[in-house]
Each structure stands twice: as C-alpha cells, then as structure tokens.
Write a protein that binds this ligand. Structure first.
Ligand code: ASP
Length: 329
C-alpha cells in the first residue's frame, strides 16, 4: 500500500523540500526563546501541511487577530486540499469506503467544540466551532453532526473519492483481509496551537482519521484532552499518530498538566511519549507525535519514531522542523 506518509513525501513535499534537509530540531532554537521576552504571536502545527496552514493563521495573528480565528482558518486550508490523504474529504476512507471526519477546536476561555464520524462536509473544524458557539454541547457525531451542519448553512459536498484513493482502497482490501491497519505510516492529522498578540491561546485539530479504520471508529483528534487541549493559564498541546494510543494516556491533557507542574513544553512532550512507551508494549509498531506551546512562547515537539515534522511560525518566519524522537534504532 502507498502509505499516506509515503504519498505526502512523494508529492506535495518532495517537490519543494528534502526531508533530510530540514533544520534539525535542537534543544534550544526553535524550542525556546533566546531571551525573556514572550514570543508572540506564534503558531505551530503538525507535518508538512502545517506550513500553508501556518501561513493562513499568521495572516490573522500578525494583524492582531484572535488565536481562535487563526487556528480555524489555518487548518481549513488543509481541509480544503482535495489531494491531502489524511485531512478533509480527500482523505483515505474507512474499510467500507466512507470518508468520515473528526475535528475539534478550543479557545482561551476553555470553550470547546467537536464533531466526529461526520461525512460530506468540507470544513468539519468550522462545524466544531459552531457546536462550541451555538449549542450547550461539546460534541456532536455522525448523522446528528451532519444535520446540525446542514441546519446551520453548511452544504453537502459533492466531492467523491478520487481514482487514486479508490485504487489505494481497493488494493488495501485485497491485501488485508478486511483487518484495520495499525502501522507507523498510517497517520497525518493536522493539529495546530497558537498564541495571539494578547497572549491568548487556542488550538484546533482535524483529520479523516487512520485509513481503513472500522466504520464508526473515532480517534483522538476530536476528543478534548486527547487530540487537543488548551488551558490559557498554562499552554496548549496537540497530537497526531495512532489515536487509540493517545486516548489511552489522555495525551494532550497530560502534557498541559505536566507544563502546569513546571515542565517545559519539550519535557512535557517527551514525558508523554515515555508514558506511552511504558504502558503500551507494542509502541514501536506505531507512531505518535506531540506538539506543545506554553505562555512564554516556548515550544515542544517529540514523537515515538523518526519522520515526525512540524511547522513553526514566529517572528515573521514560517519554517519546517524535524522533531526529536524516542526510538533511535
Ligand atoms: N490521530 C489520528 C487518528 O487516530 C490519525 C492521524 O494522526 O492522522 O485518527
């Protein structure tokens, strides 16, 4: 099977960059400030597709806009890209051929909204925001989320599976005996966290989930405290990778609580990955990556295995970095 990682490396990314040529993530820059000044505005997001997403977010942040608007507009760029195989309606389907989308958003006041198992809607993150702003609930799923979206002005998308996606799905069906696939390459959600010029934090997360999942499966991405968590007193974190693993440790909530207790964003991300390694004996068979940001504008990034990268926009520059990781062999 052509994995989503492979595809992304071969197409969008390979033309412009070489993975081995990315700036290496060191223990100082770009993770921490070079002096005591708070680094803001700032936005970071997962994977190579984080770069165009950060560009859109930066337009809002650099004009003094709210982090919440930035993290919504930022990830919408990736949701709208029909060639992206892991986010939005262009994503790989579940094992029955349905593209089902998960997304969430959280603001500086602790408000949050989420949708899961949503079909036919181009911008699940915006539906999540509407759940947050227009309902007394946090999470809507499936048909209920879809009907809510339609009732609130979202249109049913006519986007169909591309021939390439259909071919990949058919190949998977032949090769895998209808068993969901858990491996190191089956991931690529966009998670984004940002701080605006007021020093307020927000975050978003949106995905089509792991490819070839069971129909009805929901991962970490739309779950507050798993795919995304924001606490404006402390910091924010987002996740990518095998959602089941992140859910088992309440990954992003854990990271924010570790930062509350004095860890740097980098230390907090590393401890969360180590928690997975300690509790989940098969951790070398899959990937998880975390990003974190604190109120000073310090950043953390860490993953189980190699090849996790992220985009960081700060001081007017938006660059890709390779994350450090646990399993070096
Ligand atoms: N975290 C996502 C999920 O488990 C997968 C990904 O990162 O692409 O659905």
């Amino acid at each position: 099977m052509t994995s989503r990682r492979d595809f992304i490396k071969k197409s969008a990314f390979a033309s412009a960059f070489v993975i081995g040529g990315l700036p290496k993530l060191g223990k100082s820059e770009p993770l921490t400030r070079s002096n005591d000044a708070v680094r803001k505005p700032i936005v970071l997001s997962t994977w190579t597709h984080g770069k165009p997403a950060n560009d859109a977010a930066w337009k809002i942040l650099s004009a003094g806009g709210r982090a919440l608007d930035a993290v919504e507009q930022g990830v919408m760029v990736v949701e709208a890209d029909p060639t992206n195989l892991s986010v939005g309606l262009g994503g790989y389907p579940d094992r029955d051929g349905h593209v089902t989308l998960d997304a969430c958003i959280m603001d500086e006041k602790g408000n949050c909204g989420s949708v899961a198992f949503l079909e036919h809607i181009l911008h699940p993150v915006s539906v999540a925001r509407m759940v947050m702003e227009k309902t007394p609930h946090v999470m809507l799923v499936g048909e209920g989320a879809y009907q809510f979206a339609l009732a609130n002005g979202f249109k049913k998308s006519s986007q169909e599976m591309t021939a390439e996606v259909k071919e990949a799905w058919q190949k998977w069906q032949t090769a895998n005996n209808y068993q969901p696939t858990i491996d190191k390459n089956n991931h690529d959600t966009i998670g984004m966290v940002a701080m605006d010029t007021n020093g307020d934090l927000s975050g978003s997360c949106t995905t089509s989930g792991v490819a070839w999942k069971m129909h009805g499966r929901v991962g970490d991405s739309p779950i507050i405290g798993d795919g995304l968590y924001v606490d404006n007193e402390v910091g924010a974190a987002c996740a990518t990778g095998l959602g089941e693993s992140v859910i088992k440790i309440c990954g992003t909530h854990l990271i924010v609580e570790l930062m509350r207790n004095g860890k740097t964003p980098q230390q907090a991300c590393e401890e969360a990955i180590q928690r997975i390694a300690k509790k989940q004996s098969n951790y070398k068979t899959f990937q998880v990556g975390f990003l974190a940001l604190n109120k000073n504008g310090d950043v953390g990034a860490y993953s189980i295995g190699k090849d996790f990268n992220y985009a960081l926009a700060v001081n007017g520059e938006n660059k890709l970095y390779d994350s450090d990781y646990l399993v070096k062999e």
